[in-house]
Design a protein around this ligand. Structure first.
Ligand SMILES: [Cu+2]
Length: 463
């Protein structure tokens, strides 16, 4: 069952130890997050109003207003992220977690961000997708000197274009992004915008991948292709919160990709349109319906749909390896290999050897294999009908007719109306025998043609 306890104000403020107390006293208190649970949306207490996003297994950074400027404080620091239940990874992040807090502002806001570096090496922050003065763009060496350990730098600019953005380092970025340094940035429109719909639910997450050997706790930062931990906001299924919607809600899902490969993000049961990218809102004439959209490396995609179909619908990366938990990629394919008489012989040499994979690997979800410390199963996640056989970049989109407008709690598993679950075929009753199927290449016989009026009413919803 999904552990999902919402909280407000549970974050505690602590001062960054390596920066002088006097210098820190003048800064906005950095808000540090200890929990990997999804926080409630942060309704803006001041400034221009907006409908806040829900950051999956994350939170929004509180700010202070200082003479009309929105001031945030990010602390770049080593963190420990619980990626899956009992699986802890040493990462680098911001304000206690990876990803760092989501920064939410409104078009036209003047924004000042203090960045304190508590990492063992220098860093910067690049504000991916922003229109800003060149010296605020955060590329070490090109736009600014890097922020040394123990120092605080200030970035200041106007949030000009509404949309879905992110932030990440542009200093030793191969290491720093492999270690989890990233966060979301949302700029809401200041007024009704012809290309930005009002939505009832607005979710955001980043795709991140890590290379962590089973039993280890620190990602291999030199890895380029062979990652084994696939995450939404540095969490792997079943530890990723579900996206919840009331039936009829218009829902926006913002996805950014900071991995080394593309991810085709696929939603079941609904069509969506890509309504925005990190370049801004997509013109209406350039939108088309999809159920899968590829999010390439460095891109952001904003999906929108009307949640009209009740149920528990899969939302996942369509690369099947990316919906696995910790896995080894050197396992031989054993499908069709007859192991009979072989296991006993091998076990004389390798006592722990066990038979697996000769009928496929679906059984692995229910296998109780001993795992090294600090890893998690390759396939996991229990559903109402048994093992879901998924891990990694997978979660559910839960649509319910009865749900409060601001209720984001997991409503539990969907209760299917009678007669709407796939079932075992146990033979036709004698009086219901259908005519034989028409042979390929021959004209259909009159007996096998359904007249339109005899068709059963269309299932599902009309468009
Ligand atoms: Cu993927």
């Amino acid at each position: 069952m999904q552990r999902r306890s919402f909280f407000t104000g549970a974050a505690t403020a602590v001062a960054a130890a390596s920066v002088s107390r006097v210098a820190m006293a003048a800064l906005p208190e950095p808000v540090i997050q200890a929990s990997a649970d999804t926080a409630e949306p942060l309704t803006p207490p001041n400034g221009r109003p907006y409908h806040p996003v829900v950051t999956l297994n994350g939170w929004t950074c509180p700010w202070r207003m200082n003479a009309g400027v929105k001031e945030f404080h990010l602390v770049a620091e080593p963190v420990v992220r619980e990626v899956a239940p009992g699986f802890f990874v040493n990462m680098w992040g911001y304000n206690g977690q990876s990803p760092g807090p989501t920064i939410e502002v409104v078009e036209g806001d003047r924004v000042r961000i203090f960045v304190t570096n508590r990492l063992p090496e220098h860093t910067t922050v690049h504000w991916h997708g922003q229109r800003l003065p060149n010296g605020m763009d955060g590329v070490a060496g090109l736009n600014q000197p890097a922020i040394p350990p123990g120092k605080t730098f200030v970035y200041e600019f106007e949030a000009r274009r509404p949309g879905t953005f992110m932030y990440h380092p542009h200093a030793d970025e191969m290491v720093q992004m492999a270690m989890g340094m990233m966060g979301l940035w949302i700029t809401h429109p200041k007024a009704r915008h012809p290309l930005i719909a009002e939505v009832q639910r607005d979710y955001a997450f980043l795709l991140a991948a890590y290379a962590v050997e089973p039993g280890a706790a620190t990602p291999r930062v030199n890895e380029m292709t062979d990652f084994n931990i696939w995450t939404f906001n540095s969490r792997a299924f079943p530890a990723i919160s579900p996206l919840v919607a009331k039936q009829g809600d218009r829902v926006r899902i913002r996805v950014g990709n900071l991995t080394m490969t593309n991810h085709p993000i696929h939603l079941h049961g609904h069509e969506f349109e890509v309504t925005g990218t990190d370049g801004g809102p997509v013109p209406l004439t350039a939108r088309w319906p999809e159920v899968t959209t590829d999010v390439a490396v460095g891109q952001m995609r904003q999906l929108e749909l009307v949640a009209d179909a009740p149920g528990d619908w899969s939302l996942h990366c369509h690369k099947s390896h990316h919906t696995m938990g910790a896995m080894g990629h050197g396992v031989p394919t054993m499908i069709g290999v007859d192991h009979q008489g072989l296991v006993g012989k091998i076990q004389k040499i390798v006592p722990d050897y066990m038979l697996m994979g000769e009928r496929g690997m679906g059984d692995m979800g229910s296998m109780q294999m001993p795992l090294p410390d600090n890893t998690f199963p390759m396939m996991t996640g229990q559903g109402p009908f048994g093992n879901i056989e998924m891990g990694g970049m997978f979660t559910t989109f839960k649509v319910r007719s009865q749900l409060g407008a601001n209720d984001y709690r997991d409503p539990g598993w969907y209760r299917h109306p009678k007669g709407t679950v796939a079932y075992e075929w146990q033979g036709a009753p004698l009086d219901a025998q259908a005519p034989r199927q028409t042979a390929p290449g021959t004209a259909p016989g009159a007996a096998s043609v359904h007249k339109p009026e005899s068709l059963p009413p269309a299932a599902g919803h009309a468009h």
